[in-house]
Design a protein around this ligand. Sequence first.
Ligand SMILES: *[C@@H]1O[C@H](CO)[C@@H](O)[C@H](O)[C@H]1NC(C)=O
Ligand SMILES: *[C@@H]1O[C@H](CO)[C@@H](O)[C@H](O)[C@H]1NC(C)=O
Ligand SMILES: *[C@@H]1O[C@H](CO)[C@@H](O)[C@H](O)[C@H]1NC(C)=O
Length: 361
Amino acid sequence: MARINTNPKLVAIFIIYFFMTSHVFTHGAQQQVPCLFFFGASLTDNGNNNMLNTVLKSNYPPYGIDFFAGPTGRFSNGRNTPDFITQLLGFNNSIPPFATATGSAIAKGVNYASAGAGILDDTSRALGDRISMNRQLSNHQTTISGMSSLLGPSTQVQDYLNKCLYIVEMGSNDYVNNYIQPQNYPETASLTPDQFAALLIQQYTTQLNALYTGGARKVAIYGVPPVGCIPQVRAMFPANASGCVDYVNKYTQLFNRRLKPLVDNLNANLPGAKFIYINMSGILISIIASIGASVFGTPCCAVSSAGVCVPNQAPCKNRDLYVFFDNYHTTEIIDRLVAARVYISILTTHYPSEIKNLDQQ
Ligand SMILES: *[C@@H]1O[C@H](CO)[C@@H](O)[C@H](O)[C@H]1NC(C)=O
Ligand SMILES: *[C@@H]1O[C@H](CO)[C@@H](O)[C@H](O)[C@H]1NC(C)=O
Ligand SMILES: *[C@@H]1O[C@H](CO)[C@@H](O)[C@H](O)[C@H]1NC(C)=O
């Protein structure tokens, strides 16, 4: 079996990560933002699908095999990217899922993400229930209403919400569990790839404006990762010489290329808005290249036809050597590296004073 070698790039990433972690600790584990909200799909979900009628669930073994609380609804063997980002930002605890967040717990933020969720309401319909971006935004309104009883008049709530950080991960399912399966999603099948990307951007524009209206000012928006490379898509279509299904990655690039200007427009048109585009494709490609000797083509667990782990089967033993835990989702070791990169982008844009002492190379 392949082993991770001591690749200089990987070593550099780890050094950056540990340097940042110690930076946080030397400041007495100070929380760098008062509150943190996550919107997204399965890479961000930490329990919102547990009570839904869907095949996209992960609250059973082997999920959570390396997590202190066991299986929780995180689609990972251990902590997921939001857990690491939350920790890097100095929070003592993870942000609770909307499904179970109650009382004063919402003051530090809520995680609305739901596996299967899309920008389009119909995305992932063939797999069961899911909380689409529109429904996540409406759940956020519920949180905002609940905050008045904690924080007082609505102007005070708005001031507080302005100071929070918002992280949004959307779009992957609109491709994997919608556009590339025209037999299951005939509504959008007649659109060209460019028209489909334009439709997503149009909907997303409305959604991100609604987030702003709800008080969000500091927002990090993930681009879509190269989903043509995930085992689930490679099981659906023949892969190209790249090892990925190239045309799927071309489609998602059409979306990403429109997303970046959307972010620029939001910043230009919305007073006080500081939205950033996180190039998830670039981040993942460089991380995976840096650990090139890892197992890439095979997931760590035995998967169902839906691409999630079969319940109660022992996963691979050397989980740090695998890129994918199931057919969609990366292992904890990858999530840790991704989170470190997202954290750098967030600090650079939103909290430059926090990094004035950090060597940005
Ligand atoms: C985190 O926990 C430590 C130790 O209990 C405490 O000193 C610190 O104030 C806590 N930080 C936050 C942000 O709650
Ligand atoms: C990728 O593979 C598909 C299916 O085999 C093929 O039609 C297409 O031309 C290939 N694309 C490239 C860029 O090689
Ligand atoms: C993301 O990063 C990759 C690799 O650095 C680059 O090729 C691509 O143009 C970037 N995408 C966007 C939308 O900025």
